[in-house]
Design a protein around this ligand. Structure first.
Ligand code: ADP
Length: 425
């Protein structure tokens, strides 16, 4: 193994989003679920270790991130540490306790480096940074709805201030004027910031052009911290160009199915679209899973699916409109309802694969986590993009393994559940 870039992502679908950007820029990428216990058995340019560390206590996030770092360092070329990329959310989801600041600091200490950048800019998804202020779409972060997030309310769009509250290192800014002048000016600015004692610098970027200008200036920086956007400018530093080979997966085989537990607007439209094509679809009512009935319901669903699978993709879903979800949550409690449904859908996914499904679409971030766990998947090779942020992946295994795509809530066009299989074919 001699990976060039080792990435640590603080959540699961965020890891796939980063991997997708790297693949599109020419890197062959594997994503691991958690920190692997053995060396990687795949020839790739980058590895993304997917953690679930965004909202856990800071000390635990630091410990997990350092464990990931240690493993990634062991995968470098001739014992050389690969460049390390700490990936967080493009809305900088965090609190004054962390975890972006504490993890950044711990990684800097472990790598013995005194400078890194921090920018969640992802213009393709409407996240831009201007004069240190983060915009989500056309509004400042703290007006975007993120100020009401239940776990990581973002009430200040000034990333220099937000980051400074989370770290003992001095935080600075590389502004849009400097970025526009390219590598030389950015490197000069970095030298100046370092001389002023700055350890972490927020970077402006309002377009992909900015990210491509930033990329060369990051060559050789031991640690980069960012959303997934900065990734588009890095593969070129390793002499890699966009290529079809980077996203090549083994040929797909086996039966096809969709499991959907996301209740987002986009997913509701995707379920409706699939049903309108007259493909077989079966709803799971969360209330029916209560009182220990989950296993029985799962078995009924699998018995329904078994004879239909030969005819093409089937859909199993708990996806529902907001009013229905609220009613169920009022009856069962939010966490209980979520866990019950996730558990059932994961068992359905497991059962479908046992029935011969080898091409699986999963909709929903938490749902994806549950399904991947139930399928015992430890490693995913990242393949071609279906829609922005959503690539096909391949998990090696018996009889050719499983092709799987993990679609987070609001991603994907309305015809995603049928289009996905066309892309794979
Ligand atoms: P998204 O990516 O859209 O946020 P997730 O899978 O992360 O989707 O989250 C959806 C959550 O809602 C999961 O915990 C899932 O189990 C739960 N859920 C799914 N369907 C229903 C439903 N009909 N009623 C209540 N909760 C549901």
């Amino acid at each position: 193994m001699n990976i060039q870039l080792g990435c640590i992502a603080d959540d699961f679908t965020g890891a796939t989003d980063l991997a997708n950007n790297l693949v599109r820029s020419g890197m062959r990428v594997v994503q691991t679920i958690g920190v692997p216990t053995a060396p990687l058995a795949a020839d790739v340019d980058a590895v993304v270790v997917a953690l679930k560390s965004r909202t856990i206590p800071a000390a635990e996030a630091v410990a997990q991130s350092l464990e990931a770092l240690k493993w990634l360092q062991a995968q470098g070329h001739n014992g050389q540490s690969p460049q390390i990329y700490f990936k967080y959310c493009s809305t900088f989801d965090s609190t004054p306790e962390g975890n972006i600041g504490p993890v950044t600091e711990a990684l800097m200490d472990a790598l013995g480096t005194d400078f890194t950048i921090a920018t969640p800019a992802f213009p393709d998804n409407g996240r831009t940074v201007f004069k240190g202020y983060l915009f989500a779409g056309n509004v400042l972060l703290n007006e975007s709805g993120m100020q009401n997030h239940p776990l990581t309310p973002m009430t200040d769009a000034n990333l220099v201030r937000v980051m400074q509250a989370q770290t003992k290192r001095k935080v600075g800014l590389i502004d849009y004027k400097t970025v526009a002048q390219g590598e030389g000016a950015i490197r000069e600015r970095i030298a100046l910031l370092r001389a002023e004692g700055v350890g972490v610098s927020v970077v402006d970027a309002t377009s992909n052009d900015d990210l491509h200008l930033l990329g060369p200036a990051l060559k050789g920086m031991p640690l980069v911290t960012a959303g997934s956007g900065v990734a588009i400018g890095l593969p070129a530093n390793f002499g890699l160009k966009p290529s079809l080979q980077a996203s090549q997966l083994p040929a797909a085989c086996g039966l096809q199915a969709v499991v959907s537990g996301s209740c987002s607007l986009a997913t509701n439209a995707q379920v409706a679209h699939f049903k309108a094509t007259d493909r077989p679809a079966r709803a799971i009512d969360p209330a029916s899973l209560m009182h220990g009935q989950s296993n029985a319901v799962v078995q009924q669903v699998l018995a329904w699916a078994a004879p239909l699978l030969q005819g093409g993709p089937v859909l199993v879903y708990s996806t529902a409109e907001p009013d229905a979800v609220k009613a169920v949550q009022a009856q069962l409690g939010v966490a209980e309802a979520g866990a019950l449904v996730e558990h059932a859908l994961a068992a359905v996914a497991r059962g479908l694969v046992d029935l011969g499904v080898q091409q699986l679409v999963v909709a929903g971030g938490e749902t994806s986590g549950a399904c991947v766990q139930a399928l015992g998947i430890a490693q995913l090779q990242i393949g071609p993009q279906i829609d922005p942020g959503v690539p096909w992946c391949h998990a090696p295994g018996d009889n050719g393994g499983v092709h799987i795509t993990l679609k987070s809530g609001n991603f994907g066009t309305e015809d995603f559940f049928t289009k996905a299989f066309t892309v794979l074919a």
